[in-house]
Design a protein around this ligand. Structure first.
Ligand code: AFD
Ligand code: MN
Ligand code: MN
Length: 424
């Protein structure tokens, strides 16, 4: 299904007066609202193809119905999101879950919805039917050369699919590691992995980037071979200028200072991309900003400050992606909330009075530094995010339109109640 521009503007009319009032109030109280709105208009967040179905746990999976049955329907779903918020104009694919039958046709369909192809993701954490060598004991780290070869070849095939679709980056997340002390020789696992990554790196087209994603634990529970940003950065530095570290918010040990990690990776020119989600305990895959919105804001503070210091383009120089799929919400509603949380944190970070913050830091004025940050965090900038959407033809209230249009009910009507999207 599609939601037309007319339908959206009809709903916008109903709430326009109220929006105008709150926007005018903001414009009268804070400086530079126009500049802020313009930045928001330009900012796009990619949606992962695997977030469109209900996420499962190792205990159960409760499908909400109407899940996309193939890549075409996944694109259609992201098209719906993008029509509503105009800020999710990219899709990130996972191979082999999303192998395009006809790449040209898929590319055309995506373009019809205003979508481009963001980072490609490889999968060497599951065995596929007919696969010769098992990844039970790892992929690039594996003790058997043939298994490592197979994992390298798979990644090269993913690059090939990406080239056909016009993507320009590959994200490698490895579940490699060990579950028990003694199981693995850490140094050999690292060396094997590095060797494999080097081969993958060598297969990258000139303008491509390789993102090395780290994760502290799970599915391995004793060690992970790309376990933290230090290890990821080691690989990225050894690989070369096209290799970067990718930060997934859910992949740290509890209480990690993610904003500091981001600041230092940016300083080194080695932050490549982001996977947004939220968590209470680990890789919980909860809606962005649902548990720790202040942390998200502090991360965006470092992102904006670090990118501006290096003269980077906010839109293009980092890969922005959501990586979450939980099991109790309608996935599309969850994604609308996530994109909104990202846009809001970005707006708040842009709004920080950096000159005063710098003065407070230089004067060791700890109290003022906190006041400056919290003033930005506590100023309600939602009307600016809504205004940016309105200017692009999106909905002032995306979630409300989604519900009023009964999108899920329509999708169930089209696709059925018992559909299951590929993913985890
Ligand atoms: C993992 C990682 C990684 C991977 C995804 C697969 O976050 O990004 O691609 O889940 O669903 O936890
Ligand atoms: Mn991730
Ligand atoms: Mn994850």
């Amino acid at each position: 299904m599609k939601i037309s521009g007319n339908t959206i503007s009809g709903y916008n009319q109903e709430v326009f007066k109220e929006h105008e009032r709150s926007l005018a109030y903001l414009a009268g109280t804070i400086p530079n609202t126009e500049a802020l709105i313009r930045r928001l208009v330009e900012f796009q967040v990619a949606i992962p193809s695997w977030a469109l179905g209900t996420g499962g746990t190792r205990f159960a999976r409760f499908s909400g119905g109407g899940e996309p049955r193939n890549l075409e329907e996944k694109i259609e779903d992201i098209g719906l999101l993008h029509a509503l918020n105009r800020s999710s104009g990219a899709i990130s694919l996972h191979i082999p879950w999303d192998i395009p039958g006809d790449a040209m046709a898929i590319k055309a369909l995506a373009a019809e919805h205003g979508l481009r192809f963001d980072a490609m993701n490889s999968n060497t954490f599951q065995d596929q039917p007919g696969q010769e060598h098992s990844y039970k004991f790892g992929s690039l780290q594996h003790v058997d050369k043939k298994t490592r070869r197979q994992a390298v070849d798979h990644n090269i095939e993913v690059i090939r699919h990406g080239v056909e679709l016009g993507s320009d980056s590959l994200t490698v997340w490895l579940s490699d590691g060990s579950c028990f002390p003694g199981q693995l020789n850490f140094r050999e696992a690292f060396q094997n992995t590095l060797e494999g990554l080097k081969e993958i790196y060598a297969a990258l087209p000139a303008h491509w980037k390789l993102f090395v994603e780290y994760k502290a634990f799970e599915p391995n529970f004793y060690s992970t071979t790309v376990g933290d940003w230090g290890q990821s950065l080691l690989y990225a530095n050894k690989l070369g200028p096209k290799a970067y570290t990718l930060v997934d918010l859910g992949h740290h040990l509890p209480n990690a200072n993610i904003e500091q990690i981001v600041a230092l990776l940016l300083m080194e020119g080695k932050l490549g991309g982001f996977h947004f989600n939220d968590s209470k305990y680990g890789d919980d895959d909860l809606t962005v900003g649902s548990i720790k919105p202040y942390q998200l804001f502090l991360i965006f503070n470092e992102l904006v400050d670090g990118m501006d210091t290096r003269g980077m383009d906010h839109r293009r120089d980092l890969g922005w992606m959501i990586d979450a799929s939980h099991n109790v919400k309608d996935p599309l509603e969850d994604l609308l909330q996530s994109v909104e949380a990202i846009m809001l944190s970005y707006a708040q970070a842009l709004f920080i009075d950096r000159k005063s913050l710098r003065e407070a830091q230089q004067g060791n004025d700890v109290v003022s530094a906190q006041e400056i940050l919290q003033n930005a965090f506590r100023t309600d900038l939602r009307p600016l995010v809504a205004e940016a959407r309105l200017r692009m033809g999106g909905a002032l209230q995306p979630l409300a339109v989604y519900r009023k249009e009964k999108v899920r009910k329509q999708l169930i009507g089209e696709r059925g109640l018992k559909t299951v999207a590929t993913g985890l």
